[in-house]
Design a protein around this ligand. Sequence first.
Ligand SMILES: *Cc1c(COP(=O)(O)O)cnc(C)c1O
Length: 413
Amino acid sequence: MKYQNLQKNDSKIFEAIINEEKRQFFGVELIASENYVSESVLEAMGSILTNKYSEGYVNARYYAGNKFIDEIETIAIERAKKIFGVKFVNVQPYSGSPANLAVHFALLNSGDKTLGMNLSAGGHLTHGYKVSFSGKYYKSENYGVDKNGFIDMDEVREIAKAHSPKLIWAGFSAYSRILDWKSFREIADEVGAFLVADISHIAGLIAGGVYPSPVNFVDCITTTTHKTLRGPRGAMILTNNEEISKKIDKAVFPGLQGGPHNHTTAGIAVALGEVLEPNWKNYAEQIVKNSRTFAESLKKKNYEIVSGGTDNHLFLVDMIKSRGISGGEAEKILENFGITLNKNSIPNETRKPTDPSGVRIGTPAITTRGLKEKDVQKIAEFFDLAIQNPKNQNLKNEIADFMKDFEIPGIKI
Ligand SMILES: *Cc1c(COP(=O)(O)O)cnc(C)c1O
């Protein structure tokens, strides 16, 4: 049986894990940054690779005994190169935020100017938000979205020209449209800035060919490995520029980190192997189909979708406009029914970030479970029924009953 040692030796942690398995199994996971890894990824991550210290890089380690770690890290790098069409990859960043810190550390001096997407418009903390290192140690300016919820590249250009950043971030955590990589490149060239794409959310879609790749337009790319890419929690930095790659490697180690998490590296390698399978394209396509279907179903029920729809795996719903409740209230109501999503600011937000107007909905996780368009329509119905009547006694069981037909790798209830 799985976890037999834990059960015997640490029953508290064992029980919490079992409860979390049930929560995942009977619930509907709509958090756009989450996914379910395969059992192969779980096995790699749960392996003895965690025992090994490997400071440094392949064939240049500070400790002995890294023959097999080198093999594993090389496989991860080679697979990433193949998937994204790049020459240089660093697979060691502990997660997305440290990867973005490494890019700052590699390409900038503290106090240099940056330009990134506003957090409340869908950007990420590490692209210059004031409480993050990226906003504290760098002078960051930001761009937002227009009243329809789209990035206005003329506005980006104006701000870039007025501010002259040394680095521009293109990437998001909560934007449902296609980024215009080419225009970002032109703007970066006009002001002499580095252009970095943070594809954390969309890496799996890019790999599946359903979202345009930034690779030919940017100086480097950062991505998490645990979102649409469906690997373990981790990150990668990719580039075709040798000089930049050297700076990135130095920034990651010894600049910011010590020993790499080898069990994670192995999990990343396995996940990237799955991305290279022919059916990955179908998965990526289905994520977007499900996202579009979900947004359309809610629209039919008179929910207000930011920007009117979606081109990727996520979208935002303005709950205040739709039903007169905040994003925070909606999040809480839905959690009681086992529907997990997150409250989210909407463009030109008027409420505070702790209780904004919207919620963010994403389909990578439910798509991994095998839900198709007609199932997603059902989820949209559950969503609406829960919001309509938060006291609906039967609904939670009905939802759990519906979800138990869709398996999650590694969970047997
Ligand atoms: C998730 C995310 C990150 C940060 O990743 P963590 O692993 O949570 O540190 C960085 N950038 C973007 C755009 C993200 O969506």
